[in-house]
Design a protein around this ligand. Structure first.
Ligand code: UD1
Ligand code: MG
Length: 456
């Protein structure tokens, strides 16, 4: 059976935050969520999270995630002491039982790396190590005359000769579960920090005759920990670059891979173009050949093939068909459903409204709670007055209608098929099909009228 233990009891003082460290985000998601992705991909039989500082907050944030077990560690007496708290939760069935220890503040370990660690284990123990030019602060991997790993020595406990070792412990370890339980019970805190070190199990494993093997991460960012806002920001950039690289590999053109932020799942078909400064949140789908202009924000949207989103547009929970043109400066709010070849121009806001094939609202309009048919033309300054101060009402505009500029549609109201509304109309009753309806006062010219003159 496979157990995964995630250590997340530490305080994270250097974050200068009231929020527990593992709830701070990378790419819009809590660091702990990222760690869980890796754990879940391995189909672990148990996932145990060790919490301490801010335990309630962490558990609260993950109450929906039923596959997690939380164990409290109070006080925090070291990494070995932390894993010791999980012993009762660690599952065994006698067949290749293994426990992997991960850190909640090392969020980006990839599944492939964890698989490599498991493969390196060969029924013994495996440590994920790295060779660093500056190993200061890390536990050093000590090898015997045959080059076999025989111990991990913490920086503070290391001799000058050991400090010269460049191979370090990343903290991620895979160990046989039954042995691990025995070793944890034997740990002492006889060291420079007075802590129960998890790393002392290496020495115990060697004494028990087990081999200790090592594996390395595929990329350096995978084992970077977050202890400060600066490290968080650094890791965010590294991860965004990695996500951008994956988009490039999938056939997307990015104007600048360093100027795109994906905080969710961005799925692109081929030949999508994304200009600089765009932010993608939640689930975003861009079909073949979609173009996204500079500085757009897209949250939970799906965009059809060949559609162009011009700069500075903001789209949220909207669906757009193929070959449409959105923006610049358009705002699609939740429930906006735009069919193929629709045009939505600058300073147009659309909420909870359907726009049929080839319908256009090119300038300055508010379309809320509306059903708009096909080939409808909505003039500049058109407003659906959907709210009476208490309730929302719908506006229906049938196919081929023409809505003149500066029209107010006081909902509930219906505009019939092929109807024309004169500019400036305030529509309070339904407009019949194929006719001109206009509510504006008749234009008059006063003959012989004189401008007033200034009195002296
Ligand atoms: C640890 C390793 C060190 C390794 C380094 C990599 C030990 C003894 N040392 O050192 O070999 O090079 O990580 O970054 O394991 N935690 C708890 N409870 C505790 C103590 C820590 O949950 O009582 C958690 C922390 O929240 C953190 C993780 O364990 O997520 C590591 O703790 P940290 O104090 O950073 O360990 P290091 O001293 O850096
Ligand atoms: Mg550390």
């Amino acid at each position: 059976m496979l157990n995964i233990v995630i250590l997340a009891a530490g305080q994270g003082k250097r974050m200068q935050s009231s929020r527990p460290k593992v709830l701070h985000t990378i790419a819009g998601r809590a660091m702990l969520s990222h760690v869980l992705d890796g754990a879940r991909a391995l189909e672990a039989d148990a996932i145990v999270v060790v919490v301490g500082h801010g335990a309630e907050q962490v558990q609260q944030a993950f109450t929906q995630e039923r596959d997690l077990q939380f164990v409290r560690q109070e006080p925090q007496l070291g990494t070995g002491h932390a894993v010791l708290q999980t012993v009762a939760q660690l599952k065994e069935d006698g067949r290749d039982d293994v426990t992997i220890v991960l850190y909640g503040d090392v969020p980006l370990v990839q599944t492939a790396t964890l698989r490599a660690l498991l493969a390196a284990r060969q029924n013994g123990l495996a440590v994920l190590t790295e060779v660093l030019p500056d190993p200061t602060g890390y536990g050093r991997i000590v090898r015997d005359a045959n080059g076999q790993v025989c111990a991990i020595v913490e920086h503070k406990d290391a001799t000058p000769a050991q400090r010269a070792i460049n191979e370090v412990n990343t903290g991620i370890i895979a160990a046989p579960t039954a042995h691990l339980k025995t070793w944890l019970a034997q740990l002492t805190n006889n060291n420079a920090q007075g802590e129960y070190y998890l790393t002392d199990i290496i020495d115990l494993a060697v004494r028990a005759g087990l081999t200790v093997n090592v594996a390395q991460p595929s990329a350096a960012y995978e084992t970077l920990g977050v202890n400060s806002r600066a490290q968080q920001a650094q890791l965010e950039r590294l991860w965004q670059l990695e996500l951008a690289r994956r988009q490039l590999d999938a056939g997307v053109t990015l104007a600048d891979p360093a100027r795109i932020d994906v905080r969710g799942r961005l799925v692109c078909e081929q030949d999508v173009f994304i200009d600089i400064g765009c932010v993608f949140e939640g689930d975003v789908k861009l079909a073949q050949g979609v173009q996204v202009g500079a500085h757009c924000v897209l949250r939970n949207v799906s965009i059809g093939a060949g559609t162009r989103i011009e700069p500075f547009s903001h789209l949220e929970q909207a669906v757009v068909g193929a070959e449409a043109k959105i923006g610049p400066y358009a705002r699609l709010r939740p429930g906006a459903a735009l069919a193929d070849r629709t045009h939505v121009g600058n300073f147009v806001e659309i909420k909870n409204a359907r726009l049929g094939i080839e319908s256009k609202a090119n300038h300055l309009a508010y379309i809320g709670d509306a059903d708009i048919g096909e080939r409808v033309n909505i003039g500049a300054g058109t407003i659906t007055c959907n709210y009476d101060g208490v309730n929302k009402h719908r506006t229906v505009i049938e196919d081929d209608a023409f809505i003149g500029s500066d029209t107010q549609l006081v909902a509930p109201v219906r505009v019939g098929r092929g109807a024309t509304l004169g500019a400036g109309t305030t529509l309070t009753r339904d407009a019949p099909a194929d006719k001109l309806t206009v509510s504006r006062a008749k234009q008059v010219t006063i003959e012989g009228w004189k401008r007033p003159v200034k009195k002296v």
